[in-house]
Structure formats: C-alpha cells, structure tokens
Design a binder for this molecule. Structure first.
Ligand code: ADP
Length: 632
C-alpha cells in the first residue's frame, strides 16, 4: 500500500515521500485496512520503530476536526510537537506546563500535543477545545498500568469521551501481554504485530561471549576480566563503535551512568568538541563540567539528575551521530527516540526501598527495542550482561519471557480519591450512581465487578466528606475547598496538608518564608529529595534551630524521616529565593542540577495552589506564598 493512494493532500504526500515514506510498513497498512483514515478506533500494539507516528498522523489528518495527541512525558511532547509542526498546512499547539504557547488558544490548532496531566487539568477547568475534538491519539497507552500516572490516563480517557462524545480514539502501545483487553476497553480494533523495519537479535553475555536468540554468537575483545560486568560492557560498547555503530549502555543508577561514561570516555571512542562546549556554556555546574568532559570524547551520561537542556543536547547529538555512546539509567528507554546499533544492559536489577529487585520484563524489552536504526543499521543487537550464575535467569526473564500484563492502578485509595473529587468538582456527577457511571468508562471498571467498584467509591466519598472537600446533601457537590483543590490540580492529601499547615501557622507567633516552604514541601505532590547519612545530622540541627518556624513539631510526626526530607527541600528552595546560585546549592546539598530545576518548578505550582487554598480556609496565617512564588 502506497502513501500516494491514501486520502491525503498532495502537499502531505510530498512531505512523507521526501522523508522516504512511500510504501506503508505492514502495521501501518493493517491500520489503514482497519479504518484509521475513516474514523475507526484502534489500538496498535507494535514494536518500537515500526512506524506508529504515521498511524497517529493518518488518524489526525483525516479526522473531521481537531486532534489531540496525549503523551506521558514532556520530553516526548516536545519531540512530537516538532515532528507534527513540519506537516504542511497543519497548525500545532503544545501544552506541557513549561512550554505553553503564550496567549494562544489551543482550540485554534489542528493538532494539540499535551501530557495526560495537562489534558486532565484542562477537562477539570472546563476548557472548551476538549468538546470540539474529533480524534484523540494516546501514545504509550500501556502506561495505564503504571502506578504514578496510570490512573490519570484512564480517568482522562473516560471523561474525555463524555466531553467529546463520539471522539475517535487511536491508542499506541508497546508489546504487552493483554493488548486485547485494552482494545476491548476502548471499543477499538486491535492491530498486533511483531514486525520491525530492522531485525533485532537479543542475547545474554556470560563468561566471555554472548549468545543470541537467533543462534548466533559474539565474542567481544575484552581487555580486562571477562567475568566482570563492567569490563564486558566496555568491550561490547567499544566493539559496536569500532564497527561504525552507536551504542546505548543501561545501568542501574545515576552514579553508575556517570562512572561508566567517564571510563568509556578514556577508550578513544570519538570526539564531539562542539557539543561539549555547548554543554559547558549551558551552565557551569560540576555535573555540567563532567558531562562536557565526557562528551568531548564522544560519550555522554543521561539521567534524571541532569538539567533538561543538557539531556536535550545529548539526545540531539546522539541522533545526529555526533555522539557515539550514551550511558543511561532505565528512564531513557521510556523516553525520546534515541535508537542505536547495539544496546547493552549491564544491570538488570536496581535498588528499591527493600533491596535489589529485577527490572520488569516490559522495561527491559523497551531498552532492547532501542536497538537498530532504520535506514542506518543492518540489524540491531541487544545484549544483557550476566555471568555463569545469572545466565539462565536472564534468558528466562527477559529473552524468552512475554512482557507483563497491563493492570489498572485506579483501586489505589489515593488515586481514587483524587479522581472522585475531580468528577464531582467538574460536575460530571452529583451522586454515587453518577460517579459510578463516569468511572464505568475506565479500564478499572472494565475488569472489576460493579459491586466492588461501588464499595471503593463509597470509601473515597466518605474520606472526601471528612476532609471537607465534598458536601453531602440531597446530592453530592464539591465544597469551595474541594473545588479549589481539584482546579489547582493537587491531590486531596496535598490539599489537606496545606489546610492543616495554614491552621497551625495561624496560631504561630511569626510564621516566615520557611514556614510556607515547609508546608508545600511536606505534601505528597512534592518530590522526595535524597537525604544522605552524612547530611542527616546537619539537617536535624537545622530543623531544631528553626523549630518555631515549622508547622510540624519534631516529635509529633509519624514519619520523621519523610519530614526531614521535606525540611531539606524547603531549605534548598529557601537558599534559592535568597539568591544562592544553582551551582552552589547543587554542591552544598548533593543534588543533581535537574533535581533543583524540578523542585523549583513544583514549588511554584504548589505555592500557587496553597495561595488559592488559603482563600477557602478560615485561618488567616498571612503566609508569603505569592511572594515566594514570584521570587522562585
Ligand atoms: P515508532 O513506532 O517507534 O513511533 P516511528 O514512527 O518514529 O516509530 O518510525 C521510526 C522511523 O521509521 C522514522 O524514522 C520514520 O520516518 C520511519 N518510517 C516510518 N514509516 C515508514 C515507512 N512506511 N517507510 C519508510 N520509513 C518509515
């Protein structure tokens, strides 16, 4: 099937052909046969690089009105925004928080790219453009199974269909164990395929050589100890680069990524002086300097502790082949498109709160799926580095195994409270039956008996009534507090923590900026900040000296460690508003530049929310939320 024969304008056909897209890939042809250009719903569960973007574009370009493309991460929103912006005659908007088009009404665009949180927030705030949507594409729909953002995604899809009845839905998924359940939930046709434009072989390395699932073997030239995972990873990465390819190496932690990159930088794998000076110019932090030093030798590290501008520079330089190697934490696999000839997964376990745990199969498959660049590599190779004792387990867990099932996480009481409040505050429902009716369109309801759903909803409503966020009369309605919490897009738990803080602060002699920061940093919506053992005593001492500025007594809290972490975040942000430099804070508090960046951004959001919530609470603590937000 040819692009030329599709119902697209000549300009669009030219656009695709100029990018080498003339004949459809098999999964794309299957999508057209299933009616993607005629408004049919579908779920495409196909491997990475098999051309999902074109399926999405076909759905949006042939729809009878505006399209929305929902992504899980901001970095992906930016990537898709850039791709769609190149389509001739198509206006594109983006909504991710840090990249909003100022003043422009999103509804005026043909295509809007947004994170699921932004779409949820737009629905709660009654945005008009939602009702006009003709087509919604959901990227990485398998993430409905993820603990953090899964519930938001499924409730968003349920409420979207209320606001825009009859909207066409196209969902793109990684290969998972139960795609038919997702398709059934969305009332969509399932396209399932294992076809890839570049062959992929996956194998396990142990004791000096790697064996692949196609029966082939590879014995890299190892300078060090063949039993040592790092020596083996070094040899596998270097071998790919020596053959003219690029390599991605996945390790378990930020520090490991940096250490491996620094080691590989000494192996003569390349050089990228221009990118190095670009990175050096972006900031003068210690991390930035070390990254630039590695990049100068053609190798980068990539993790969540980096500033987003550094991550973008690394991704771009890898895509245009200036950089030969990236050493990354697993987050890179779920993010932007950075394919490589060879993927080396050195670590398959990582620390969780309770020890070392194997990574989920799906996550490792996503890393491996990055191997093989269409049009550039003859094949892709993914190697899991093991030893004699783990070889069999690695085969069983990751090479031979199917990925996990996708399961709804909406039964989590925190998630359910959040969404029940939002359904009531947005006036989608004013009764228990109404709430159940809205939730009926979720993935959770799809697999759960109604009776069970009824009882968890009852619990959520009772909790929200107790928190003063829902009023129970002849019908259910949000209180002023509940309404503000929902519109500010914070969780009910965060709202309740802010209310408690405001009440305590109202009784304090002289609450300060630190008081306001402690309140917002101690909410579940603020990220945790790592508190090392060496720092602990110092932080304890700081907390004691400032005890009369805090709304939590040192011996009152049930989670002292968690609170001390919040104190650390508050202290870092206080330093920032008082004018300390990012480089100074990063060094003094041993956090990544990217951690500081994300804390500042979250604090700005939470301070705005706290200011709005203060208007609904009869406790005049007069805290400087607004002033702090401006100074951030
Ligand atoms: P993914 O499924 O991972 O989203 P993409 O849509 O990004 O994959 O496609 C991967 C690459 O394949 C892109 O470079 C894209 O331009 C190219 N591509 C997609 N469809 C075709 C096609 N039909 N013919 C040739 N190249 C294609």
């Amino acid at each position: 099937m040819r692009v030329r024969d599709l119902p697209l304008s000549a300009a669009l056909v030219d656009h695709f052909e100029s990018r080498g897209i003339e004949e459809l890939y098999p999964p794309q042809a299957a999508a057209v046969e299933a009616g993607v250009t005629e408004g049919e719903r579908l779920v495409a569960a196909v491997p990475t690089a098999s051309g999902k973007t074109l399926i999405a574009e076909l759905a949006m370009l042939t729809a009878d009105g505006p399209g929305l493309y929902i992504v899980p991460l901001r970095a992906l929103a930016r990537e898709k925004y850039e791709t769609f912006s190149e389509l001739p005659g198509v206006s594109v908007g983006i909504s991710t928080g840090d990249f909003d088009e100022a003043g422009e009404d999103l509804g005026e665009n043909d295509v809007v790219v947004a994170t699921s949180e932004k779409v949820d927030s737009a629905i709660r705030n009654g945005a008009d453009w939602i009702a006009d949507l003709a087509c919604v594409v959901v990227d990485e729909v398998h993430l409905v199974g993820s603990e953090g953002r899964g519930p938001t995604l499924e409730v968003t899809l349920a409420t979207l269909q209320r606001r825009a009845p009859g909207v066409c839905i196209v969902a793109l998924s990684a290969t998972v164990a139960n795609p038919e359940e997702i398709a059934d939930w969305l009332d969509a046709e399932l396209i399932q395929s294992t076809w890839r434009p570049v062959d992929l072989r996956t194998g396990v390395y142990a004791e000096g050589s790697a064996t692949f699932d196609d029966g082939t073997e590879l014995a890299p030239t190892i300078a060090g100890d063949p039993e040592d995972a790092t020596d083996a990873a070094d040899a596998l990465v270097s071998g790919a680069v020596d053959d003219g390819g690029q390599a991605l190496a996945f390790v378990r932690s930020r520090r490991e990524a940096e250490t491996l990159a620094e080691r590989l930088a000494g192996s003569g794998l390349g050089s990228a002086p221009d990118v190095a000076s670009e990175i050096r110019d972006l900031d003068g932090s210690e991390t930035g300097r070390r990254l630039a030093d590695c990049v100068a030798d053609g190798v980068a590290f990539h993790h969540a502790g980096l500033r987003s501008t550094h991550r973008i520079a690394v991704e771009r330089a890898f895509r245009d082949r200036t950089l030969r190697v990236i050493c990354a934490t697993p987050t890179l696999a779920a993010g932007v498109n950075v394919p490589a000839r060879r993927v080396v997964v050195r670590d398959q376990r990582r620390y969780t709160g309770s020890g070392m745990e194997w990574l989920p199969t799906l996550e490792v498959h996503q890393m491996c799926g990055r191997a093989g660049r269409p049009h550039l590599d003859p094949y892709g190779e993914a190697v899991l580095v093991g030893d004699a004792s783990t070889r069999d387990e690695l085969w069983e867990r990751y090479v031979d195994a199917d990925p996990e099932r996708v399961e709804s996480q909406l039964a989590d009481p925190n998630a359910l409270r959040t969404h029940v409040l939002s359904v009531v505050a947005s006036e989608f429902a004013a009764s228990r039956e109404g709430i159940l009716d809205v939730l009926d369109a979720t993935f959770y309801a799809h697999g759960t008996p109604t009776r069970e759903l009824g009882s968890v909803v009852d619990t959520a409503v009772a909790d929200l009534v107790e928190m003063g966020m829902i009023a129970e009369g002849a019908s259910l309605s949000a209180t002023d507090l509940g309404d503000r919490v929902s519109k500010q897009y914070v969780t009910p738990e965060t709202g309740a923590r802010i209310v408690a803080g405001l009440r305590t602060a109202a009784g304090m002699d002289a609450p300060t900026a630190l008081t306001a920061l402690e309140i917002v940093c101690d909410t579940p919506d603020m990220q945790d900040t790592y508190l090392g053992n060496r720092e602990r005593a110092d932080m304890y001492d700081f907390a004691r000296r400032h005890a009369d500025e805090f709304t939590t007594g040192m011996n009152e809290t049930a989670d002292f460690e968690g609170w001390l972490t919040a104190v650390k975040t508050a202290r870092v942000l206080h330093g920032w508003v008082e004018g300390a430099s990012a480089a100074d804070l990063v060094e003094r508090f041993r956090i990544g530049p990217g951690d500081l960046e994300s804390r500042i951004e979250r604090a700005a959001w939470l301070l705005g929310a706290a200011d709005a919530i203060a208007g609904a609470v009869e406790a005049d603590a007069d805290l400087p939320f607004r002033d702090l937000r401006a100074r951030l």
